[in-house]
Design a protein around this ligand. Structure first.
Ligand code: KG4
Ligand code: ZN
Length: 368
């Protein structure tokens, strides 16, 4: 290669570099916005959202009432309801966002964890749409999304900074997570049996409350005395937790007392709710406190349906009043399953060019 050729290559290289740097760095150059469609179908909510970068333009959910009669989610019924709901929910999300489907930059969908049949409906739909529009497909871990919902643009609060202690509390999961970066998460503790939301729901079922009982227990507890009944706090090593013992203790209390007085539950409903709620919250708060101290972390970031619970919010807000605790509780619309959290993960993955593949299958037991 002669000197002229070398100089030419060097010149081209520098020009290309200058072009990219100037596009990224120049304050005058406006970055083209990304429009991400998020699709969530991991359990019993069919949800779709449209985001412009990390700003939510629409966030639509079709709840499945069909499960109420059974006291829990029936997987086969959930898949069928997703099939019926997914087209209207996506159409509604696009219409509220006021964008045409051809403007979408990418489609993000929940790959797992969740119910296999439910996940398959969302993923098949997302794949077909991405294929037909010829745009990227992005797979999202549902549990990561519960924590990363805090990165949705919020005028009132800045997002957390890494590293932080992530805590996912939902109907299917109870996890303590060391979050070092968007996609660098390590589970440090989890429930050995029931999830906290599951414990709320099962205790509620024992009292004859409708599924999901968590919100109803929360409501009734407000009128009750949380000291009326006492339940054991399990002793579990490190950052793991257990909820099955307290659930059994609750069931035994109800059965023993109903045998003597058939009106026991009705007569004590508010106190039972307040007492069990206090115990369920105490169990996780103990572990959050231990993990936060041991890992020397200031920020505690909560995600999942149980983050809506007023007792856990009260206790954590009380902690946040001290200088060593900064607590991030999601706005209510991002506590239970939603597609805005899937969309925001899609946005950050798209930025990092972490794109999914058409042959990637769903994973009901997907981990971090
Ligand atoms: O995250 P999520 O919507 O679905 C799962 O991925 O599991 O969480 C649903 C769970 C249910 O167990 C429900 O009872 C519980 O969240 N939940 C609550 C409250 N709101 C929802 N539990 C206690 N208090 C609440 N206010
Ligand atoms: Zn969830």
């Amino acid at each position: 290669m002669d000197n002229n050729n070398m100089a030419g290559i060097l010149y081209d290289f520098l020009m290309v570099k200058f072009y990219f740097c100037s596009n990224i760095g120049s304050p005058n150059m406006k970055k083209k916005p990304t429009y991400i469609l998020g699709i969530e179908s991991s359990c019993d909510d069919t949800a779709a959202a449209v985001l412009k970068d990390n700003i939510v333009l629409s966030n639509c959910i079709a709840n499945q009432e069909v499960h109420r009669a059974y006291g829990g989610v029936v997987p086969e019924l959930a898949s069928r309801a997703h099939q019926a709901n997914i087209v209207p929910v996506v159409q509604r999300a696009l219409s509220i966002a006021n964008i045409d489907k051809k403007e979408l930059t990418a489609i993000a969908y929940t790959r797992g964890p969740g119910l296999l049949g439910s996940l398959l409906v969302g993923s098949a739909f997302a794949k077909s749409l991405a294929l037909s529009f010829d745009i990227p497909l992005i797979e999202v871990n549902h549990m990561q999304a519960h924590l990363l919902c805090h990165f949705i643009k919020n005028e009132e609060k800045q997002p957390p900074s890494f590293p932080f202690l992530g805590v996912t509390i939902s109907g299917g999961h109870t996890q303590l997570v060391l979050v070092e970066d968007f996609f660098k998460m390590t589970q440090i503790g989890t429930t050995l049996d029931d999830a906290i939301g599951e414990a709320f729901d099962k205790c509620g079922k024992t009292m004859g409350l409708r599924y999901p009982a968590g919100p109803e227990i929360d409501k009734l507890a407000k009128q009750g005395n949380s000291e009326a009944f006492e339940f054991p706090i399990p002793k579990v090593k490190n950052y793991d937790l257990s909820y099955s013992g307290v659930k059994t203790a609750f069931l035994n209390l109800i059965n023993n007392n109903v045998a003597k007085n058939p009106n026991f539950v009705a007569n004590n409903l508010n106190d039972l709710c307040a007492s069990i709620q206090k115990t369920l919250v105490q169990i996780i708060i103990q572990k959050i406190t231990k993990a936060k101290e041991d890992f020397n972390l200031d920020q505690v970031v909560i995600g999942g349906g149980v983050a809506a619970n007023s007792e856990i919010r009260r206790v954590l807000n009380e902690k946040a009043a001290s200088a060593q605790w900064e607590v991030f509780l999601p706005p209510f619309q991002y506590t239970t399953d939603n597609a805005a959290m899937i969309g925001v993960v899609g946005y950050y993955k798209h930025m990092q060019n972490q794109l999914g593949a058409m042959d990637q299958s769903v994973n009901a037991r997907l981990t971090f």
